[in-house]
Write a protein that binds this ligand. Structure first.
Ligand SMILES: Nc1ncnc2c1ncn2[C@@H]1O[C@H](COP(=O)(O)OP(=O)(O)O)[C@@H](O)[C@H]1O
Ligand code: SF4
Ligand SMILES: [Mg+2]
Length: 329
C-alpha cells in the first residue's frame, strides 16, 4: 500500500491577541496534519479558535493578534518563515479559501467571469478568450444557472448563493493544493447549503486538493470529512477518522457535542444544550480548559494540562482519563 503523505502539518501552533483587556490565548498549541487529497474537519463551538487557526495558516491573523510559536509546514516548507510577499503569492495559487461572506473575496469592480478566469490568465498564461470560456465552464460546474450570462455580471448583481458559487469557482481555478473552507454554508438556506457541500466534495474529488473544512456542525462533519479534530477553547481535544469519532468518541467534550446533534430517530428538533459556556480566553481555566464543564473532572484536571495521547492507532485524545499507560478505558 502506498504511504500517505502529509500536505499540511500544523505543529504546536500558538496564536494570541494582545488586547487592552489582556492577552487572549486563542490557540494553545494546536497540532494536526492533513494528508494529500484528504478532507480534514475542524469542529467546535463558536469562539474555540477555528477561524484563528485558518487565518494563522493563511498568514492573515488580524491585529492585535500574532502567531507566537509553532510551525505550519506546507509540503515541508514552514509558512511562518515566509515573507508577506511570498505568502501573498501562496494565497491564491497553492492555498485557496472560501468564507462565510463571499463579498470579501469578490472585487465589486470586476465582472464575475474575469475574476474566476484571473488565475488562468496570470498563473497559467492562457489566452484571455480561452480563460474566460474555461472560467464559464467552471462556473457552470458549480451549478450557477445561466453561467454564460452570469459571467458577464458584477458581484452585486448575483444573489448570496450565486456569489458563494462564484467564490468556489474562483478558489478552484487556481488549482490549489489546499482549500480552506471556513463555515461557507452558514448563511445559506439548508437546501443550498447542502448543494454547496456536495459540490465542494465532487470538485475536490475531481481536482484532488486537500481541504481544511471548518464547521460548528457535526452533521456537516459526517457528510464531508475523512478525519476530524475536535476543538475546545483553543486546543484540539480529540482527533481521529470520522467513523471512529461517531462510533467511539473518547473525550468528554466530544461526547457532549455528539449528544447535542438533533437525532433523526427522535421526532423533536430539540438540541441538547451543553451546560456552561465556552470560557473567555483571557485567563482561561487552568489545567484542562474543559474542567469547569466536565462531568468527570478530577483534581488533576484543574492542575495539569492533559497531553494528547494516541489511544488507538490514529486516534488521539487529550484527557487525563486516557493518560494512563496505554489503557483505553
Ligand atoms: N481580533 C481579535 N481580537 C481579540 N480576540 C480575538 C480576535 N479574533 C479572535 N479573537 C478571539 O480568539 C478566540 C477564537 O476565535 P475564533 O477563531 O474566531 O473562533 P471560532 O472561529 O471557533 O468561532 C475567541 O476567544 C475570540 O474572541
Ligand atoms: S482532563 Fe479532566 S476535565 Fe478535562 S476532559 Fe478529561 S476528565 Fe474532563
Ligand atoms: Mg469562526
Amino acid at each position: 500500500m502506498e504511504a500517505k503523505e502529509d500536505l499540511l502539518v500544523v505543529d504546536r501552533l500558538k496564536t494570541q491577541f494582545f488586547t487592552y483587556g489582556g492577552v487572549v490565548e486563542a490557540l494553545d498549541e494546536v497540532s494536526f496534519e492533513i494528508e494529500k487529497g484528504e478532507i480534514f474537519g475542524l469542529v467546535g463551538e463558536s469562539g474555540c479558535g477555528k477561524s484563528v487557526t485558518a487565518t494563522s495558516i493563511l498568514g492573515l491573523v488580524s491585529k492585535p493578534g500574532r502567531v507566537i510559536s509553532g510551525r505550519i509546514l506546507l509540503d515541508g516548507e514552514d509558512l511562518l518563515r515566509k515573507s508577506e510577499r511570498e505568502m501573498n503569492s501562496i494565497r491564491g495559487s497553492r492555498i485557496a479559501m472560501i468564507f462565510q461572506d463571499p463579498t470579501s473575496s469578490l472585487n465589486p469592480l470586476f465582472r464575475i467571469g474575469y475574476q474566476v478566469a484571473e488565475p488562468y490568465i496570470h498563473h497559467q498564461r492562457r489566452a484571455k478568450r480561452k480563460a474566460l470560456s474555461d472560467a464559464t465552464g467552471i462556473l457552470a460546474k458549480t451549478g450557477l444557472p445561466d453561467a454564460d450570462e452570469k459571467a458577464r455580471n458584477y458581484p452585486h448583481e448575483l444573489s448570496g448563493g450565486m456569489r458563494q458559487r462564484a467564490m468556489i469557482a474562483m478558489s478552484l481555478t487556481c488549482e490549489p493544493d489546499l482549500l480552506i473552507a471556513d463555515e461557507p454554508t452558514t448563511n445559506l438556506d439548508v437546501t443550498i447549503g447542502r448543494q454547496i457541500l456536495d459540490l465542494v466534495k465532487d470538485l475536490q474529488r475531481e481536482f484532488g486538493a486537500s481541504v481544511l473544512w471548518i464547521t460548528h456542525d457535526m452533521a456537516v462533519v459526517a457528510q464531508m470529512c475523512d478525519r476530524v479534530g475536535v476543538m475546545y477553547a483553543g486546543s484540539i481535544v480529540e482527533k481521529t477518522d470520522v467513523r471512529t469519532l461517531f462510533r467511539n468518541a473518547k473525550h468528554p467534550y466530544t461526547e457532549r457535542l455528539l449528544r447535542a446533534i438533533p437525532s433523526a430517530a427522535t421526532s423533536s428538533d430539540r438540541l441538547e444544550e451543553i451546560p456552561g459556556s465556552v470560557p473567555r480566553l483571557i485567563h482561561p481555566p487552568t489545567g484542562c480548559r474543559f474542567h469547569p464543564r466536565c462531568d468527570y473532572a478530577a483534581p488533576v484536571c484543574s492542575e495539569t494540562k492533559p497531553l494528547e495521547r494516541e489511544v488507538d492507532p490514529g486516534h488521539w485524545v487529550a484527557c487525563h482519563r486516557f493518560s494512563g499507560p496505554k489503557d483505553g478505558t
